[in-house]
Design a protein around this ligand. Structure first.
Ligand code: 5GP
Ligand code: MN
Length: 443
């Protein structure tokens, strides 16, 4: 089989790429016409004399919607050309010809998504993207006691939207509880305090929250927004928002944010990729928990290709514990108790432990993993005394035993094998209450 191979000089290739990137940005930042749902520039071909450029675009939507959007784009070519001239320095800015891309690559991509998702999910992903594209001011928050997935998805999404020219208000319900092991992540400077977030925003995005209460003090801001978008991977998600992008099969919320960014065609540099990779790595326990799938590895690979600093993530998150935390870990391991007939291992942390070691609760997120490596256990629980005397209980399980329902019956929630709740009793009472609940259940 013979094939005609066209030789494109490197210089033109670079011009094509630069124009493609610039036009993608212009469409995103400057074209607010709602008739243009979401559109991706798939390729640009500039003639060697720079007089003309063919711009291939792909979009999702009905035939009619695509036709309307193409009409709008064609009318806007003068504007696009002017903007392009300002962003890409060329001797001459080419005339633009917009062409709808029906190419095999695009239809393959659409087919791939069709295959992966139910039809309604597609429109869901599509409407999520167009809601994000249309809103000019957006609030974003993850849950209280944020973990790596919350922080990673929050900062990753905040950076993408910020770069797309939006006013973003990324926020943590308790900003003073920022977990120190994620201090290295880029984008943190974008975070605002809860009272700095405007009320009545066009759009509020709740990340990694199975119910709105998880937003803590930010619930009011979420409720006052014109549109609430819920992006999450918890199986017990209550689909509480106007728009819910919820997939319990996803390893993490960061994975879902990655899909949104990829599908929207937003540029993703190493900093965003590093945030999202952190979410994937921490929520899968370094690709070891039950939520790890072939797709998780595929996404990790794509994030690595996009420049995620995978070595820094592991170094900062796992190989960088404070001495205070390490001493606290010693205490917690020392006092592990086993309830043999329930295959339970548990331990606890008190406020006195924190005072004496100097450790802080946000850095104890992974401590529970040390308990679950004890042979012969199927359930592990870690009880953490909070400043107000209440106790946060973290639960993990394996070999088919589910702690999700137990956490829910005690007022919390989470995944089947990783869940939690807050108890109003003291440490001793919380332990007794949990053991009682466990004893009362058959396998
Ligand atoms: P962790 O033990 O790491 O705090 O939480 C484990 C999992 O359970 C996480 O996915 C977390 O979001 C969820 N989770 C923990 N506490 C609660 C809670 O009080 N309510 C709900 N709905 N989910 C929780
Ligand atoms: Mn998560």
């Amino acid at each position: 089989m013979s094939e005609v191979i066209e030789v494109i000089p490197d210089r033109i290739k670079r011009v094509n790429e630069a124009c493609k990137e610039a036009l993608g940005e212009i469409l995103l930042e400057k074209m607010k016409d709602p008739r243009i749902g979401f559109v991706t520039v798939t390729s640009v071909e500039v003639t060697p004399d720079l007089r003309q450029a063919k711009v291939w675009v792909s979009m999702m939507g009905s035939e009619e919607e695509v036709e309307t959007a193409m009409g709008v784009l064609e009318k806007a070519t003068g504007f696009l050309r002017k903007e392009l001239g300002q962003r890409v320095r060329m001797r001459y800015t080419p005339e633009l010809k917009i062409i709808l891309d029906h190419g095999p690559e695009v239809s393959e991509r659409v087919q791939g998504i069709l295959h992966e998702l139910e039809e309604e999910d597609i429109s869901e992903l599509g409407s999520v993207i167009s809601a994000l594209m249309k809103a000019e001011a957006i609030g974003i928050s993850s849950h209280e006691n944020p973990d790596g997935d919350s922080v990673g998805s929050l900062l990753g999404l905040a950076m993408v939207l910020n770069r797309a020219g939006k006013r973003v208000f990324p926020c943590m319900p308790e900003p003073w509880k920022y977990p120190p092991q994620y201090a290295f992540l880029p984008g943190r400077e974008l975070l605002v305090d809860p009272d700095e977030m405007e009320g009545g925003l066009e759009l509020f995005v709740a990340l990694d929250c199975s119910n709105p209460e998880r937003l803590g003090p930010l619930q009011d801001k979420a409720a006052s927004a014109a549109m609430l978008l819920n992006i999450d991977h918890h199986e017990d998600n209550q689909l509480y928002a106007g728009m819910n992008l919820v997939d319990a099969g996803a390893s993490s919320t960061s994975e879902l944010v990655y899909k949104v960014i990829k599908e929207a065609g937003w540029p993703m540099g190493p900093d965003i990729a590093t945030c999202l990779y952190t979410g994937v790595v921490t929520d899968t326990g370094r690709f070891q928990h039950i939520n790890t799938s072939p797709e998780t590895f595929a996404i990790a690979s794509e994030l690595t290709a996009a420049g995620a600093d995978i070595f820094q993530v592991v170094k900062e998150v796992y190989d960088n514990q404070s001495l205070a935390y390490t001493r606290l870990l010693g205490r917690v391991l020392q006092r592990i108790k086993i309830v043999e007939d329930r295959e339970l291992a548990y331990s606890y942390i008190t406020q006195l432990d924190l005072d004496e070691t100097g450790a802080v609760l946000p850095e104890t997120e992974d401590l529970i993993d040390h308990l679950r490596s004890v042979r012969g256990t199927r359930v592990v629980a870690l009880f953490k005394e909070l400043e107000d005397g209440k106790v946060r209980v973290s639960l993990r399980s394996r070999d088919g035993f589910e702690v999700g329902p137990i956490a829910r019956s005690l007022g919390g929630g989470g995944h089947a094998m990783a869940a939690g709740y807050t108890s109003d009793s003291d440490v001793e009472g919380s332990i007794a209450g949990f053991v009682d609940e466990l004893q009362g259940r058959s396998d």
